[in-house]
Design a protein around this ligand. Structure first.
Ligand SMILES: NC(=O)c1ccc[n+]([C@@H]2O[C@H](COP(=O)([O-])OP(=O)(O)OC[C@H]3O[C@@H](n4cnc5c(N)ncnc54)[C@H](O)[C@@H]3O)[C@@H](O)[C@H]2O)c1
Length: 465
């Protein structure tokens, strides 16, 4: 079966870039990305491609090439479902905030809504592709809804989890390490798998397209994120030990990273991982394991989250301790708010939790991030509900000028590893700060020796001064 029309439900950080790249690479396939969020769709359709809602290096050029040719963004979900042979579901699957499984299980209400909408609208057979990250065995729920509430049509469910990393999404999509497609092992299932393989095979070498059964594919995505996050928590746990033993975590990471069995990636100690996926996917894995009564398995993975929360708290406490045990009324400059560089995504960013801790201690905070808006920063803080929105606005300010943010501060804290921070005029910043001028480098980004030579008191992660 040759696919001619694709629909993707969900125009977020995954749906937008993924479909833009499919449209770029397959000019003969019409790709329509739909969303119920009108503002988001309007931003994807903004005449100026620099205003699209997701910041990713290279993405606006891809959108500029394909949009209006074979890539469309729309709020007309029904029409797009009806017209497409293949429907990707790429909606959000956050951690549940209520009821059974609160704080751990994935909230699948948006997934279920999509399935019911597809069932109601579809007039012909469809291949439904899970692009969202889902708990293992979700495909059977989708199948159940589609077959019991649909118009007697044939639905094939595929799992095609997305492995892109924000900040490098376009590169990751253009040159993926692998594409994973899980499907039923029946003849119809295999045909559906082949239809999707043929889409990716336009630009991905066949040996990088892995096919499995649905359950392996669903579980592989959770497992991949759990492994990646575990590496971060592992090196972060050692960063604390380094600070007590005069070992240097960067040297330890280099020494172990040259072991080909370990490898050099994801060995950078930091203030802690963030992003919308790692935490929620591990919590989900923990929840699933517990529902099967596998408590040792659940406890094992939960420790990755416990370590990460500890690392964020530890960073905030270190700032307070070094500012003579009080930050009340003191200005602290935050460089970075996004959860990592080269993205405007702030979900679960370590900066939010470090700020919250410091604001509880009555500090003043000034924030600069090259891509995150003031509106987003306040929305992140208000969401925590730790204090009133008015208090948040009284204690924290966001600025567009990093030098203004640092001026008059007792300390600068680096929360995101944006490259531009490295080339700032640090002498100028030092001159404008209160003394002693502290730098807390939560990403081990800056040149520690150069800063010390200027006169800064430098506090890195995982090494003593
Ligand atoms: N962000 C990542 O780096 C990443 C990477 C791999 C996988 N994932 C997974 O992909 C999924 C989507 O993540 P995201 O970061 O793109 O989320 P997102 O919140 O940025 O986007 C989801 C979009 O879906 C829309 N939506 C929700 N319900 C809808 C409905 N019924 N009809 C139409 N639109 C609807 C929302 O309005 C939102 O715009 C999640 O399951 C996530 O775990 C994310």
């Amino acid at each position: 079966m040759k696919i001619q029309k694709i629909c993707c439900i969900g125009a977020g950080y995954v749906g937008g870039p993924t479909m833009a790249v499919i449209a770029k690479q397959c000019p003969d396939i019409t790709v329509t990305v739909v969303d119920i969020n009108e503002a988001r769709i309007a931003a994807w359709n903004d005449e100026n491609v620099d205003n699209i809602p997701v910041y990713e290096p290279g993405l606006s050029a891809v959108v500029a090439e394909a949009r209006g040719r074979n890539l469309f963004f729309s709020t007309d979900v029904d029409k797009a479902i009806d017209e497409a042979e293949m429907i990707f579901i790429s909606v959000n699957t956050p951690t549940k905030t209520y009821g059974e499984g609160k704080g751990q299980a994935a909230d699948l209400k948006w997934i279920e809504l999509c399935a019911r909408q597809i069932a109601r609208v579809a007039q012909g057979d469809k291949i439904v592709v899970e692009k969202s990250t889902l708990p293992v065995r979700t495909a059977s729920t989708l199948k159940d809804i589609l077959t019991h509430t649909g118009n007697g049509l044939n639905f094939q469910i595929l799992s095609n989890p997305e492995f892109l990393a924000e900040g490098t999404a376009v590169d990751d999509l253009m040159n993926p390490d692998r594409v994973l497609i899980g499907g039923d092992q029946t003849e119809e299932g295999k045909n559906a798998i082949e239809a999707l393989v043929n889409v990716y095979a336009r630009w991905v070498p066949k040996d990088r397209i892995l096919t499995t059964n649905v359950w392996s594919s669903e579980l592989s995505k959770l497992t991949a994120n759990a492994y990646l996050a575990q590496r971060v928590s592992s090196i972060n746990s050692l960063s604390e030990l380094c600070e007590h033993t005069e070992a240097d975590v960067n040297e330890v990471a280099r020494a172990i990273g040259t072991d080909s069995r370990i490898g050099p990636k994801f060995l950078k100690a930091s203030v802690g991982f963030g992003g919308s996926c790692f935490q929620k996917d591990i919590l989900n894995l923990v929840y699933i394991s517990r529902t099967y009564g596998l408590h040792e398995v659940a406890d094992y993975w939960e420790q990755v989250i416990i370590m990460n929360d500890h690392q964020k708290r530890r960073f905030a406490k270190k700032i307070i301790r070094n500012l003579y045990n009080t930050v009340s009324g003191k200005k602290i400059a935050f460089l970075g708010w996004a959860f990592k560089k080269d993205t405007n995504d702030t979900r679960e960013s370590a900066a939010i939790y470090v700020a919250d801790h410091l604001l509880n201690e009555q500090s003043k905070i000034a924030v600069y991030d090259p891509k995150v808006t003031e509106k987003q920063i306040f929305s992140d803080l208000d969401y925590l509900g730790s204090r009133s929105p008015e208090e948040n606005r009284k204690q924290l300010q966001a600025e567009k000028d990093p030098y203004k943010v640092c001026k008059g501060s007792h300390a600068v804290a680096v929360l995101t590893e944006w490259d531009e921070f490295k080339s700032y005029d640090w002498q100028k910043i030092y001159d404008s700060m209160l003394k002693p001028a502290h730098i807390f480098d939560g990403r081990n980004l800056l040149d520690k020796e150069a800063l010390k030579a200027i006169g800064f008191q430098v506090h890195a992660i995982g090494s003593t001064n």
